[in-house]
Design a protein around this ligand. Structure first.
Ligand SMILES: Nc1ncnc2c1ncn2[C@@H]1O[C@H](COP(=O)(O)OP(=O)(O)OP(=O)(O)O)[C@@H](O)[C@H]1O
Ligand SMILES: [Mg+2]
Length: 660
């Protein structure tokens, strides 16, 4: 065991007599406990890596943990270890147990926008936003494992009544497409394990020890999956921090912490109190802030690091000026301290805030990486290509069929697809299958039939090659045969087309690298992609300033953090203010503050555009709640004396105190 562990960490790592929960604040070494415990299980307790699964919150975290464990164990001894998200584990389980789920192993995984499309198609005459609220409601039921029949009884307002109406049909559509949505990746395994003893035993034997990071953000279905896998043995370690629960809006349930204690009376709870990440001022501000929330569990956090730099609070004229001052500060700081770009992070509440920062960073020639924004895999050109890959793997995937056959246009318009769809519906077959049935000839004219069949044969040829060749090579053939580059040039202006084509080249390169490195076939790669688009793209090792939403920054740490847009209405968010639900917003701020190791700068704007208007903003109440140790600089970061800073801070506090 590594020397860099404190006594409670060691205890958590060595404890194997039953279920174990490590409950501790940010930066206290929870994730380290998981990594070290895996090494301990393999090295000292003779566990085979094959029998261990560690669950992380993002793919990126999984990759990091895998590397770390690989380094600890050395010599390829980590081979066979499962380190992934709940969803990725779900994919493996559903793939392996496909026949028990009524699916073929080549099922498609639909992302939120595909799912939205299906709901929108089911409720005709409605807009996307309406479909999205129905989809959201359905997803809530699925996360709570409530089936359509029960949802009908539960529906108590217009939206949920409408959602309950389409829920059953939505599920049938997914199955007809041989597709699952993200919620199914948890729900199907849970149902399977709960209902099928043989399958349950197989998986309980396969995964003999489980480790779960960021436990506070699991939802009810994920908890049930954990329970089923861990069985009566309860061979697991979960680590979490209730103060960092920031996904309630997506169905996560901090109650799961209490459930562990009820469901496992023998649960060993270990607390960690030393923070190894941040300087004392940063930690103090985080502690003081979060003390404003009602406590579920009592936790203390202290740090041996020195006081560190004062936390700076800077007011900017407007978001442009804010982005500018952050870019300038990074440049000046880097020049002075010879740091790397990747030592800096800019964290914000909403994705829309990123654009101005990107612009300023580009203007200043500062390289950056964005995570948690629009994913690379969500871009139209990449989705186009993925639809071909999905169709090659799963001919029942009608959504992929429609996208692929119409991109680029090959003489197949809405009329053809509608006619084909009507026939396929009558025959209960997929569009792809329908195209080759004898009977379809009566529903399509000669030209339509030829176009559709030619497309089908083309896909079959590619699928044949995919069985033998590398995925990236097949993609090259595809690009060549559909003249994709020319099509891009013909359908958008040159610069845009060039940008898109560059993305396509990146995608081919990624597919090649991924296929070789993980020795994955097209099926596995295609299913992996769906999960990546869900939360995060894997960033290349690249020295750039990190841009991320607060949600995406969970679990990460950076030397120097800029928390931006810290205003009333943004953080806390207006919707939370309207609902009087400040606690989760405060936890979000807590997550942001505790990402910082050495320095923290909090910025806010005095004015911000809201639609056509310009709104006058106030500093977030959370700034006032950070307590002493915060230095307030004058507007736009002009140098100020401490006194001016103190006075302004006192004013801010008085202003905040006067708030209801
Ligand atoms: N015993 C230790 N001695 C020295 N450094 C440690 C120790 N334990 C953890 N660290 C370091 O402290 C930092 C925070 O650890 P880690 O990321 O595991 O905390 P965490 O509790 O998971 O934080 P978060 O709640 O933000 O996820 C890391 O850089 C880690 O390497
Ligand atoms: Mg962690």
């Amino acid at each position: 065991m590594s020397a860099l562990l404190n006594p409670p960490q060691r205890e958590a790592i060595r404890y194997l007599d039953g279920p174990c929960l490590v409950l501790a604040g940010a930066g206290s070494g929870k994730t380290r406990v998981i990594t070290q415990k895996i090494a301990h299980l393999v090295e000292t307790c003779d566990f085979s890596p094959h029998n261990i699964a560690a669950i992380t919150f993002t793919n990126k975290a999984a990759k990091e943990m895998q590397e770390r464990v690989g380094g600890l164990l050395g010599g390829g001894k980590a081979k066979g270890l499962t380190v992934c998200t709940f969803h990725a584990l779900g994919v493996r389980m559903v793939r392996q147990e496909a026949k028990h789920c009524g699916l073929k192993p080549q099922f498609s995984i639909l992302d939120a926008s595909d799912a939205n499309q299906i709901v929108a198609d089911l409720v005709t005459d409605s807009d996307r936003a309406y479909a999205r609220s129905l989809q959201w409601t359905i997803s809530g039921w699925k996360n709570a494992m409530i089936p359509p029949e029960e949802a009908v009884k539960l529906a108590n307002d217009d939206i949920s009544a409408a959602a309950a109406k389409v829920y059953g049909e939505y599920e049938r559509t997914l199955r007809a497409y041989q597709a699952v949505d993200f919620d199914d990746l948890i729900g199907l395994p849970v149902r399977l394990l709960e209902e099928n003893e043989e399958v349950r035993e197989r998986w309980q034997n396969r995964l003999r020890y489980l480790l779960i990071d960021e436990y506070q953000d699991t939802n009810r279905a994920q908890y049930r999956l954990l329970r089923q896998l861990a069985g009566v043995r309860g061979a697991f370690t979960a680590v979490g921090d209730d103060d960092q629960a920031i996904y309630a809006w997506r169905g996560a349930d901090v109650e799961n912490l209490n459930l562990l204690q009820t469901d496992y009376p023998r649960l060993k709870v270990i607390k960690l109190e030393q923070n190894y990440r941040s300087s004392a001022r940063i930690l103090g501000a985080a502690n003081t802030l979060i003390a404003n929330n009602e406590k579920l569990f009592d936790k203390k956090l202290w740090s041996e690091h020195g006081a560190g730099d004062p936390i700076r609070v800077v007011a900017a004229r407007d978001p442009e000026a804010e982005a500018q001052l952050v870019a300038m500060r990074i440049q000046a700081h880097r020049f002075e301290f010879k740091t790397k770009f990747s030592d800096y992070a800019i964290l914000y509440r909403g994705n829309h805030q990123a654009r101005l920062f990107e612009k300023q960073l580009r203007n200043n020639k500062i390289p950056y990486v964005i995570s948690g924004g629009q994913s690379f895999f969500d871009k139209a050109e990449i989705r186009d290509l993925i639809s071909y890959l999905r169709l090659m793997v799963n001919g029942d995937d009608d959504l992929a069929f429609i996208r692929a056959i119409t991109t680029p246009r090959r003489g197949v318009g809405p009329g053809t697809i509608e006619a084909l769809g009507r026939y396929a519906g009558m025959r209960h077959v997929s569009l792809f299958e329908a195209a080759f049935e004898e009977g379809v000839t009566e529903h399509l004219n000669g030209r339509q039939l030829e176009a559709v069949r030619e497309f089908g044969q083309f896909i079959n040829r590619l699928a044949d090659r995919a069985a033998r060749e590398r995925a990236a090579e097949v993609l090259e053939v595809l690009l060549h045969e559909i003249h994709y580059e020319n099509w891009l040039l013909a359908s958008c202006d040159t610069r845009e087309a060039e940008g898109k084509w560059a993305n396509v080249r990146d995608f081919v390169e990624w597919l090649g690298r991924k296929g070789d490195q993980d020795d994955k076939n097209l099926l596995e790669l295609t299913q992996t992609i769906a999960l990546i688009s869900m939360l995060d793209k894997e960033d290349a090792e690249f020295d750039g300033v990190q841009l991320a939403t607060l949600h995406a920054s969970k679990g990460l740490e950076f030397k120097h953090v800029f928390l931006v847009g810290v205003e009333e209405g943004l953080l806390p968010h207006q919707s939370a203010l309207d609902e009087g639900n400040l606690a989760e917003e405060r936890r979000l701020m807590y997550v942001g503050i505790t990402r910082a190791q050495r320095s923290l700068t909090v910025t806010w704007c005095e004015r911000r555009k809201a639609g056509a208007d310009v709104r006058v903003c106030e500093a977030s109440r959370f700034i006032g709640e950070m307590g002493e140790g915060v230095a307030v600089a004058k507007k736009d970061d002009a140098p100020v004396s401490q006194d001016v800073g103190r006075e302004r801070l006192a004013n801010l506090r008085a202003m905040l105190a006067a708030k209801p």
